[in-house]
Design a protein around this ligand. Structure first.
Ligand code: FAD
Length: 283
């Protein structure tokens, strides 16, 4: 079974942070990822930091996909950034609308991801692979599940090559969503996004914001494990590994891990899943 994996990072603030990031990415290379991706702060707030992180990963010879959103830039500004990425031999992007950071008063971005995919496809000749975001549990701002799938279809029709999903802990929800996408004629890979469980409060905070459901039985157990870091990590690894196994057994084309820039939980998970390349060793 092909198990294409990718690892997502957020851009560090400092040179030292970038060096740590490259170290973590190099460790994760033992799992033969197809690419690493680096998030992009809404409204372009991490434009320079994202670029610097991508440049550092590329300098280490690692296949890297910058996330990109229109934010407050105009089209020419976005294209200039993409051209700078092309100079680094970047060959794929994760194309998003992006969210404005809370408290900035910027509200929802003016341009959706579909428009950005269209801009890149019409204005650039480079053979870029474009990934877009998908929501098995429905985007929090979508009017309905089927309208959400309509928007995804529009992104694919505009030229996206594949989708990466928001994370979830319910495999059946993913399969249902994937089947609906297939029924709508989307024949691109829909890769599940996987969030490791390593910290109760952070997980619940992210999930509330992203509209990701953390099932009651998981919440209950996380409450019980409050203060027991090792127990929580072991429980989280069990739950997420079982989810990944089910997804792969059910035909998921790969896994995209939200690493939160932390190597060890991802190494534990990837080892449990047997993703280790036989000729390489993760420390
Ligand atoms: P879009 O696809 O443009 O829209 C999302 C949804 O909004 C649609 O599915 C639809 O339901 C609704 N919608 C869109 N347009 C309309 C319309 N005209 N009328 C009515 N409804 C509409 N955020 C960041 O800030 N930085 C990142 O790096 C980042 N990386 C991500 C990576 C992945 C894999 C995922 C899943 C999410 C990521 N996000 C990131 C979060 C993402 O930016 C938010 O979920 C955002 O709210 C939507 O972005 P999108 O690209 O899915 O938007």
């Amino acid at each position: 079974m092909t198990r294409q994996v990718s690892f997502e990072f957020f851009p560090p603030r400092t040179e030292r942070g970038r060096a740590n990031l490259v170290r973590t990415a190099t460790t994760l290379a033992a799992f033969s990822p197809a690419f690493y991706s680096v998030t992009y702060g809404a409204g372009g707030s991490t434009r320079d930091r994202t670029f610097a992180a991508v440049a550092a990963l590329r300098a280490a010879g690692l296949e890297t996909a910058p996330h990109l959103s229109w934010g407050r830039s105009d089209g020419e500004d976005v294209l200039a950034l993409v051209n700078a990425y092309l100079e680094l031999d970047v060959s794929r992007l994760v194309v998003l609308r992006g969210d404005a950071p809370s408290g900035t008063g910027q509200g929802v971005a003016r341009h959706g991801a579909e428009e950005l995919v269209r801009l890149l496809r019409t204005r650039l000749k480079a053979p870029l692979t474009l990934h877009v975001a998908a929501y098995p549990e429905v985007h929090p701002q979508a009017a309905s599940a089927s309208i959400d799938i309509d928007f995804l279809k529009r992104k694919v029709d505009a030229g996206a090559d594949g989708c990466i999903t928001q994370y979830f802990y319910n495999a059946d929800g993913y399969f249902h969503f994937r089947d609906r996408c297939w029924t709508r004629g989307m024949d691109v890979p829909i890769v599940p996004g996987v969030m490791p469980i390593t910290n109760r409060d952070r997980l619940l905070r992210f999930s509330d914001k992203a509209g990701a459901d953390v099932p009651r039985w998981i919440r209950q157990r996380l409450d019980e494990l409050d203060g027991d870091d090792a127990g929580l990590l072991a429980f989280g690894t069990d739950v997420v590994a079982a989810l990944c196994d089910r997804l792969l057994a059910g035909g998921a084309p790969g896994l995209h891990f939200y690493t939160l820039n932390e190597g060890p939980p991802i190494v534990a998970l990837a080892r449990r899943l047997g993703l280790q390349n036989k000729t390489a060793r993760a420390r």
